[in-house]
Structure formats: C-alpha cells, structure tokens
Design a protein around this ligand. Structure first.
Ligand code: TMP
Length: 211
C-alpha cells in the first residue's frame, strides 16, 4: 500500500559540489515520475527563515560565533518545519530540501568545533524525531570545489579557509558512515554519472513509497 506521507529528501555537501544542478535534476525526475513535491532550502524556506538566512550569511565587520550561527539555523529550521515541511509531508507531498540538520553538524559542529551534543539536543527538541528519508551527500575534495567556486561572489561562510572545508567534509563523511539514510555520491565524476546515481536512489525510494 502506498505511504500517505510524502518522503523527505535532503541534499548536502560543501560549496562548489554542484548541489544546485543536482537538486534540479532530482525535481525533474520526480516530476517525470508524477510524484507530488515541493522544493525548498535551509536556512530559509519561509519569509522569516529567509530573513534569518540573510542575517546569517551577510559579510560583516563584527565576529559571528559558531553558537550564534547554530541558534540562527535552528530558529530558521523551526519555522521552516512548522510552516512548510511538516504540512507538506502530511499532505503526501515529497519535500526536496537543499541542506538540513546534517549541515549544522558539518559546519557548526565539525567546521566551527561546537559540541556535537548541543546540536543533538537542539535537533531532538526541534525535530521531535523527524528525519530525512534519504540524504544525498555530494562529496568532493575542497581544492577541486574551490576551483569551481572561483567565479562566485562569496558570502560569509564561503569566505572560510580550505582547512574549514576539510573539517566540514570530514564531518559529513563521518555522519554518512553512521546513518543508513545517507548515500554518498562522488561529485568529481561527470554530471551524467552523478545524475545516474541519484536516479537509482530516488527510484528505490519511489518504489518503496508506492508499495
Ligand atoms: P547554500 O545552501 O547556498 O550552500 O548556503 C547555505 C550556507 O549556510 C552554507 O555555507 C552552509 C551554511 N549552513 C550552516 O552553516 N548550517 C546549517 O545548518 C545550514 C542549513 C547551512
């Protein structure tokens, strides 16, 4: 029997791994397969959460602590979950989200060095057991990602040094090793190669959902 609830898919990875191209591919693939979905992102996804995103990413003179970042992203996440994600899933729509809580572990936990237990506490408080059904992790060495990023105007996070991105990548890989919902995708292969892998994972999830 088909599942009444939609499935929750998240895409993760550091800057420059090709998240935007691949999220578009995921959405096209769902459309082709007549799966109802919404596409959204974090931090963001509602007017208030988008305002928090702007506040978080703006380049500023003042130093911004990792804890401040963490509380901003979880405030935005609370609003996003209540206003958008939970209602969509309850209506049977799939949610395709560009980043979610794994990014808080990778960036604030591993990147900024915050205590992972604090993140886990916020996660259980805010999510109350809700987790993505599938997380696609686009993995790429930071030096290759950096080359791809050269043309962009950088926000506050993108202005971090390579060592920061090495820690972020290691954090993502560590989480992926611990949680069955992750699929690691080598983002160095061709666009078609990445798309083929994504297609396989989403096809499995659609089959499971249709029952
Ligand atoms: P992006 O989604 O356009 O890549 O940018 C979002 C930025 O915010 C990116 O640098 C990662 C960062 N971020 C965190 O640091 N923690 C989080 O929990 C989330 C969702 C994003």
């Amino acid at each position: 029997m088909a599942d009444d609830y939609g499935k929750f898919i998240t895409l993760e990875g550091s800057e420059g791994v090709g998240k935007t191209t691949n999220i578009e591919f995921v959405c096209q693939f769902l459309e082709t397969n007549n799966v109802p979905f919404i596409r959204t992102r974090e931090p963001g996804g509602t007017p208030l959460a988008e305002a928090l995103r702007e506040a978080m990413l703006a380049v500023r003179e003042e130093e911004v602590s990792g804890m401040t970042e963490l509380l901003i992203v979880f405030a935005a996440r609370t609003q996003h979950l209540e206003q958008v994600i939970r209602p969509a899933l309850a209506l049977g729509q799939w949610v395709v989200c560009d980043r979610f809580t794994d990014a808080s572990y990778a960036y604030q936990g591993y990147g900024r060095g915050l205590n992972l237990e604090h993140i886990t506490a916020l996660e259980s408080w805010v999510q109350n057991g809700l987790q993505p059904d599938l997380t696609l992790l686009l993995d790429l060495a930071p030096d290759v990602a950096e080359q791809r990023m050269q043309e962009r105007t950088k926000d506050r996070m993108e202005s971090e040094q390579r060592e920061f991105y090495q820690r972020v990548r290691a954090g993502y890989l560590e989480r992926a090793a611990e949680q069955a919902r992750f699929r690691i995708i080598d983002a160095q292969q061709s666009v078609d190669g990445v798309a083929a892998q994504i297609e396989t994972h989403i096809t499995d999830l659609i089959r499971h959902w249709r029952g």
